[in-house]
Design a protein around this ligand. Sequence first.
Ligand code: KIV
Length: 330
Amino acid sequence: MIAANPPRDRLGLTLAQHARKTSGNAQAFPRRAQPLDRYTMSTTFQLDTSTSRANPTPQPMRRLTVPAIRGRKTDGVTGEPLVMLTAYTARQAQLLDAHCDLLLVGDSLGQVIYGLPSTVPVTLEMMANHGAAVVRGSYHSVVVVDMPFGSYEASPEQAFESAAFLLKLTGAAAVKLEGGAAMAPTVAFLSQRGIPVMGHVGLTPQAVNVLGGYGARGRSDAEAEKIVSDAKALDEAGAFAIVIEGVVEPIAIAATQAVTCPTIGIGASAQCDGQVLVTEDMLGMFERVPRFVKRYEDIAGVIDRTVARYAEEVRDRSFPTPDQTYQPKA
Ligand code: KIV
C-alpha cells in the first residue's frame, strides 16, 4: 500500500527526496532499493493514556531521557542498575514499560518474530515498523532501536541517514549499533549530530559470519584486550551506554571499569551497570535458550495448555457458551 500522505519536510519533500537533496553526494547517501517514499508508517506518537494497560499506573510516568540513563553512572559508580528488556510490539511494550529503564527494539526480532536464521537479513524498514509500535506502547522507558546489518557500516554518513530515518519514523530516543573501535568514528559522527548511540561489544551477532558462531568471547588474551579497548573507544567517541554480550566475566568487569558510561550486560556479569535479556527468552517462550538466560516463567507451557483447552472446547462444542454469543433482543 502506498501512503496517501507520506511524511514530508517543510518544503514538501519526502524523506528520501530530502536525504538526496541535502546530501549532494550520491556516494555518501546511496539510494536504497526500497525508496523511503513508499514508507507507510504512521508518525503519530501521541499516547492514548485511556487505553487499559496491563500494569496500570495511576498516571502515566514521565519518559526517562538519554542523559538520565548516562548519568546513572557517575565517577565509575552506578547506584541502581539499569533494567533493559527487548520489546518488538506495542502490547509487549505496554506490559514491560513501567518495570524498565530502557526498551530495546533489538534486531533479534529477526529470529524471535520472523523466524529468520540470524539477524543478518533484518531490514531498516522492519526495525522502523517495530520501533514505532514500541514507542506507541510505552510512556516511561527510553526506547532504543537497533541499526540492522548493512545500514551503518559503510560510512558515518550512511549511518546518519539510517539512524535519522529510524528516529524520525519511530519517535525512539536512540539507536544501537554493533562493533568496537572500527565504529568509534561513526558513534562520534552520530552523537555530535544529535543522535544518541548505544554501543555493543563482545559477541556481536551481526558478525556471526566472521565470528563463526555465538560462543562466548574474551577467552584469549588478544580477544580480551580487544573487548576492553573496543569498549573504551566507543566510550571516548560518545556512546551513552554499551551492551557487553557473551563475554567471560572478568573481561566484562574489566570493560565496565574501563569506561565512564554505563555498561549493560547480557551473558556478561552482575557487575555490569545494567542487564538486558531477550524478553521471550526470559519468559520461557522457547525451549532452548543460551546458558546466560534465566527462564523466569514457562509462557510456552501456559500457551500450550491454554490452547489445548480451547481446542477441546471447540471440538466438544462447549465453547462458545451463551455468555459469548449474541441473542435476539426480546
Ligand atoms: O538484538 C538484540 O536483542 C540485542 C540484545 C540481545 C542486546 O542486541
